[in-house]
Design a binder for this molecule. Structure first.
Ligand SMILES: [Fe+2]
Length: 314
């Protein structure tokens, strides 16, 4: 692919009214669709790129990584050395990721150490901190509108003895499949009250207020498609009109049976950077003689932007 086309792909991230994700822009959608499907045929979703923290991504790999992101919305990488949390953040900054979200279980540096915690730890009530599997979701689907998670990174410090792989589904492919099959249902998925998460109340304290929002939305000022979704059956209220029910059922059907699902079992020193694709985790079992599974996670408000100035390295 030429440097010009590479640049066009990145420039697409900055469009607004020309977004391929608006139903009225059929031409832009078809062009985007053709390119995405072509790259998906040419590339392999599980190709592992050698990446390390640095001021910017190596020029030799930028074009390849941009194509990989256009095709799959995620990139799998391997670092030469084992990264600490600050180096993991420095690696992510090369993808233009700077605005970190804080969640309840995050460490002080806003990186979350995903590992099994003891029962006395308050985080043990949340599945990510157990060895249980996690079904399809996008990260931070319960966040309010001003704190949408548009990207996240994972980095495997130690893998479990068995299990623990991640399954991934490019949310852009979800949009593409629905638009091809039933474009009228996209309107339901983009309604602001499609999905409501009741407030998280513990004792008399509101930990998180009730939050309503769409499944698909366009991030202001960009062409970036955001998806909020969870397959959990409790603590979530979906809109119940006929069109919303059909749309939600279609999402569920696609997730049950699609060639677009990728399974990745990260090895130590491997990670994933992505635009908050749909994902889940298989249950896992540690070997007590070895260090337990430990995966760093960082969530970002900004989407991946390889052209962005990475800023000063912390
Ligand atoms: Fe997640």
């Amino acid at each position: 692919m030429s440097a010009t086309l590479d640049h066009m792909n990145t420039a697409l991230n900055r469009c607004d009214e020309d977004s391929p994700f608006l139903l009225e822009n059929e031409g832009a959608y078809q062009a985007w669709r053709d390119r995405k499907l072509r790259y998906r045929k040419e590339l392999n979703a599980t190709t592992v790129y050698q990446l390390d923290p640095g001021p910017v991504l190596p020029q030799s790999t930028i074009a390849q990584i941009q194509r990989q992101l256009t095709a799959f919305s995620f990139v799998v990488f391997r670092s030469a050395d084992r990264l600490g949390k600050s180096e993991f953040l420095a690696l992510n900054r090369q993808f233009g990721l700077q605005e970190l979200d804080v969640n309840l279980g995050a460490d002080e540096d806003k990186v979350t150490s995903l590992q099994v915690v003891s029962e006395s730890d308050h985080r043990s009530q949340y599945i990510p901190y157990t060895n249980r599997g996690m079904n399809w979701h996008t990260d931070g689907y319960y966040n309010p509108e001003g704190r949408r998670i548009n990207a996240f990174g994972l980095y495997c410090v130690h893998q479990s003895e068995r299990g623990g792989s991640n399954f991934l589904f490019d949310h852009e492919m979800m949009y593409l499949i629905i638009r091809d099959q039933a474009p009228h249902l996209l309107k339901a998925l983009m309604r602001d009250d499609m999905m409501t998460i009741p407030a998280n109340v513990q004792g008399n304290r509101i930990i998180r207020a009730e939050e309503s929002g769409p499944i698909f939305s366009l991030q202001p000022g960009t062409c970036v498609l955001n998806m909020r979704y969870t397959s959990r059956p409790y603590n979530i209220v979906w809109k119940t009109d006929r069109q919303s029910v059909s749309a939600l059922n279609l999402v569920r059907e696609i997730l049950m049976d699609s060639e677009a699902i990728t399974e990745v079992r990260l090895e130590e020193q491997q990670g994933i950077v992505c635009n908050n694709v749909l994902h889940g985790r298989r249950p896992f079992w540690d070997n007590t003689d070895k260090p337990p599974r430990l995966v760093y996670r960082a969530r970002y408000y900004d989407p991946i932007d390889l052209d962005r100035d990475p800023g000063p390295v912390a």
